[in-house]
Design a protein around this ligand. Structure first.
Ligand SMILES: CC(C)(COP(=O)(O)OP(=O)(O)OC[C@H]1O[C@@H](n2cnc3c(N)ncnc32)[C@H](O)[C@@H]1OP(=O)(O)O)[C@@H](O)C(=O)NCCC(=O)NCCS
Length: 408
């Protein structure tokens, strides 16, 4: 038996798509033509990796190149998805081998961090991806919601389509500039992942753009109205993304959603620092859940630490990290991070470190999801002393909690 790992060729797109569609039980697997065409159009083969046992494709992953804003700066990011294996070849370690190989590839490509979404965090933790963001989910009956504040102007709404993607992108970029977690979306991503359709359904839904009285776009909402085919009376509406640059934009967008009063239930995926609950007159009318969201991986510890903007501290800071990493051995060792006058220096050193941790534990500290003190409290890292933890907490502090609205 031979196991080969390599990107797929044009002739292998259909098999890769079939494994994907089958694994996620997509109805498209019964008529693959549209999915194969979409895949060929959107994804170059060299973003893929597949395993072949005696020539037969057994598992498939894709790493989409993006940049992710981390504390206000775009870092080169590998978005991993899908990760699938054919059921008859599962539990043979093929996906594990693909994930390991993807780490070496990402490092070579300068993708210093990587992320994915998954219902199987324990699988990915073995290879260094760790839960590193939360998503808040509101659910409410729109007719029951009254707001504590009103906008100062009504402005104007426009439903926009794929060719208007740049108008939403302008708002998105301004909103993401200083934030932590948003991806840099390109035209293709807007057209396919926000405005596109798959299997006859919109991927994300409709997009409504809000302009203020001067005609300036200040916010948009992406939402999908769903009628249950078994019960035409059962309507729901899900808000995929709501982005607002001003209070008037935020309030108008929420009112716009609330005026969709047919749904029995409206749900909204919001960032963990969203203020909606404080805005609602009768808070118990809103159910709030928080779920883990993105898993993050530091593919290249040295490169990622060099690029990450650290908190603006008044005095120079030095911190040493002893990192272990069984899937990416180039990350192993003691790293000294020195930050002074806005400049960062990272180099390998030796001796006892301030913090001792795995690359897995470093990921959620890196993007500010958890503090070093929190990780030490939970027994996930060890620190030389309290001062080391205080230094790490101050250094890795972020202006916003991490949040990425994109699925991939
Ligand atoms: C999840 C999935 C990709 C795993 O594929 P696989 O070929 O079985 O993975 P591997 O054999 O390479 O497993 C690698 C390791 O992860 C473990 N593992 C596999 N699936 C796991 C799961 N769902 N949860 C926890 N650990 C898991 C394996 O036991 C193995 O560990 P080991 O080396 O200690 O034995 C596959 O079951 C699948 O395609 N599922 C349907 C689609 C899906 O859920 N994809 C992932 C979405 S993020």
């Amino acid at each position: 038996m031979t196991l080969e790992i390599r990107p797929i060729t044009d002739d292998e797109v259909e098999r890769a798509e079939f494994i994907t569609m089958y694994s996620f039980d997509s109805p498209e697997r019964r008529d693959m033509a549209a999915a194969v065409e979409r895949s060929r159009r959107i994804f170059p083969n060299d973003w893929s990796l597949a395993s072949f046992e005696d020539g037969e494709m057994t598992a498939f992953i894709r790493v989409i190149p993006f940049a992710m804003r981390v504390n206000g700066r775009g870092l080169s990011f590998g978005a991993v998805g899908p990760v699938v294996s054919a059921p008859e070849h599962r539990r043979k370690g093929h996906v594990g081998a693909l994930l390991r190989r993807s780490l070496a590839d990402m490092r070579e490509r300068g993708q210093v961090i990587s992320g994915l979404h998954t219902p199987h965090p324990t699988l990915y933790r073995r290879y260094g991806w760790e839960i590193a963001s939360l998503r808040r989910r509101y659910a409410f009956a729109p007719k029951e919601i009254e707001l504590m504040a009103q906008p100062s102007e009504r402005g104007r709404f426009r439903m926009i389509k794929a060719d208007d993607w740049a108008q939403a992108d302008r708002v998105y970029r301004l909103h993401s500039a200083a934030r932590n977690g948003p991806l840099h979306r390109g035209e293709l991503w807007w057209r396919e992942a926000i405005f596109g359709t798959a299997g006859g359904r919109p991927v994300a839904g409709d997009v409504a753009l809000w302009e203020n009285g001067q005609g300036e776009p200040q916010g948009y909402v992406v939402y999908d109205q769903v009628t249950n085919p078994q019960d035409p009376e059962a309507h729901s509406l899900s808000v995929r993304e709501l982005v607002a640059l001003s209070s008037d934009a935020y309030l108008n967008l929420i009112l716009y959603i609330l005026r969709h009063d047919l749904p029995q239930e409206t749900t909204w995926n919001a960032p963990p620092d969203d203020p909606f609950l404080s805005l609602v007159a009768d808070a118990p009318k809103v159910r709030v859940e928080e779920e883990y969201d993105l898993l993050l991986r530091i593919c290249d510890v040295e490169g990622a630490l060099k690029l990450r903007p650290f908190a603006n501290l008044e005095h120079p800071v030095s911190l040493t990290l002893q990192v272990s990493d069984s899937s990416a051995p180039w990350n192993e060792g003691v790293w000294r991070v020195e930050v002074a006058d806005g400049a960062t220096n990272v180099e390998k050193t030796s001796g006892e470190a301030d913090l001792t941790l795995t690359a897995t534990a470093l990921a959620p500290i890196f993007n500010g999801y958890i503090s070093a003190s929190g990780a030490a409290l939970a027994g996930l890292i060890t620190a030389r002393d309290e001062q080391s933890l205080a230094t790490a907490d101050a250094l890795f502090a972020t202006s916003y909690p991490p949040f990425c609205a994109d699925g991939f």
